[in-house]
Design a protein around this ligand. Structure first.
Ligand SMILES: Cc1ncc(COP(=O)(O)O)c(C=O)c1O
Length: 371
């Protein structure tokens, strides 16, 4: 066992002096909730989504929830969602009282399969929620064409995909709304936080009302809203991280390219990138064709962090599985099931050294003989 004491973590959230100084500066200022830092963060983040309106909230989940609310999606509506995602994607749909329709993914990109989306549209479909999983953009050209033809809203779950793009258009700049997460393990963070992007000024205004009790003027409540405001401490940290995102993203892409070039084990399938896609590698996710548990144990033993996102597809989680069983609803999602059984994410974060990368390659290639 070499270098096992130097464990290479699967993710490494950054809280450096700059982030700490920004937080302290805000705390000393006394303006700590939805003040000038939040406004500046929204403005600066907007550059990542082709200048769309940006509305900051307290998490990616709140961003999804409010986006659906602002688009008027609710009881009686169906929303098409991939089951191969984090539960938040489907939870947001259920939180607004709409029905989740699970659709399968493409084997190569792990993102919604547009042909399956088209087949799932019914008279009740109100929206499609593509998830740009692992930082790979979903097939937005085809999904937007289906949405336009059927008059459907599109809520992009870009929580893992800051600055990913398809054919030069950034994620979050395609749909009726885009949503981002700033959880600490994301490519950039604000401790906790989220952002919604939209081209529609009216939707943006509704989002601003919804995040703050329905108020623009204090105590002049216009609609029923929640409190999902972002703090200025979070926004100040988010602004620092936003400034570092471009460099970090380039490093992730370079790390991924190195891994893909050097991983040669026959039973390990490296990630594919669709034509025109800019994959920003929130995760570097391989498929293990063999005993995944054994492979993960070997990697851990070699000091290489690894994790499965997601071992259980959302449709198999209790709050979805039980009502579906009761209603006799069975989802046919073979690629989702296969992905959940095969995927393993390896370290790709920007703090990796050349030595780390070589250790990852060595450990993964050794699986060729070990499984
Ligand atoms: C695909 C996806 N959607 C939604 C979320 C929810 O974001 P948050 O954890 O900020 O609420 C996450 C993050 O964990 C995610 O990965």
């Amino acid at each position: 066992m070499t270098d096992a004491h130097e464990f290479i973590p699967a993710a490494r959230p950054v809280i450096d002096e700059e982030e700490i100084e920004a937080a302290v500066r805000v705390l000393r200022s006394g303006r700590v909730v939805q003040g000038p830092e939040v406004a500046a963060f929204e403005e600066e983040f907007s550059e990542l989504v082709d200048g769309r309106h940006c509305v900051a909230v307290n998490s990616g989940t709140s961003a999804l929830h409010l986006a659906l609310m602002a688009l008027g999606i609710g009881p009686g509506d169906e929303v098409i969602v991939p089951s191969f995602s984090f539960a938040a994607s489907a939870n947001a749909v259920r939180l607004v009282g709409a029905d989740v329709v699970f659709v399968d993914i493409e084997a190569d990109t792990f993102c919604l399969d547009p042909a399956a989306v088209e087949a799932a549209v019914t008279s009740r479909t109100a929206a499609i929620m593509p998830v740009h999983l692992y930082g790979h953009p979903a097939a937005m050209d085809r999904i937007m064409a289906i949405a336009a033809q059927r008059g459907l809203a599109v809520v992009e779950d870009a929580c893992q995909a800051h600055a990913a793009a398809l054919n030069g258009t950034p994620v979050g700049a395609f749909g009726s709304a885009g949503t981002f997460s700033f959880y600490p393990t994301k490519n950039m963070h604000s401790l906790e936080g989220g952002m919604i992007s939209t081209a529609d000024a009216e939707v943006a205004r509704t989002l601003r009302l919804l995040r703050n009790q329905g108020m623009e003027q204090r105590y002049a409540n216009e609609i029923v809203g929640a409190n999902v405001r972002m703090t200025d401490v979070s926004a100040a940290i988010g602004r620092v991280q936003r400034g570092k995102l471009a460099g970090w993203t380039e490093q992730r892409i370079a790390n991924a390219a190195y891994l893909t070039e050097h991983i040669t084990a026959a039973n390990v399938v490296t990630p594919k990138v669709a034509e025109g896609a800019r994959h920003i590698y929130h995760q570097y996710t391989v498929r293990i064709q063999g005993d995944r548990e054994a492979a993960m144990a070997r990697l851990t033993e070699a000091g290489v962090g690894n994790a499965v996102y997601y071992p259980t597809p959302i449709h198999r989680l209790k709050p979805y599985w039980e009502p579906d069983q009761k209603a006799g609803r069975i989802w046919d999602l073979p690629e989702t099931e296969r992905a959940a059984a095969e995927v393993v994410s390896l370290p790709v974060h920007p703090a990796l050294t050349q030595r780390d990368l070589d250790r990852i390659v060595t450990a993964v290639n050794a699986l060729g003989e070990q499984l």
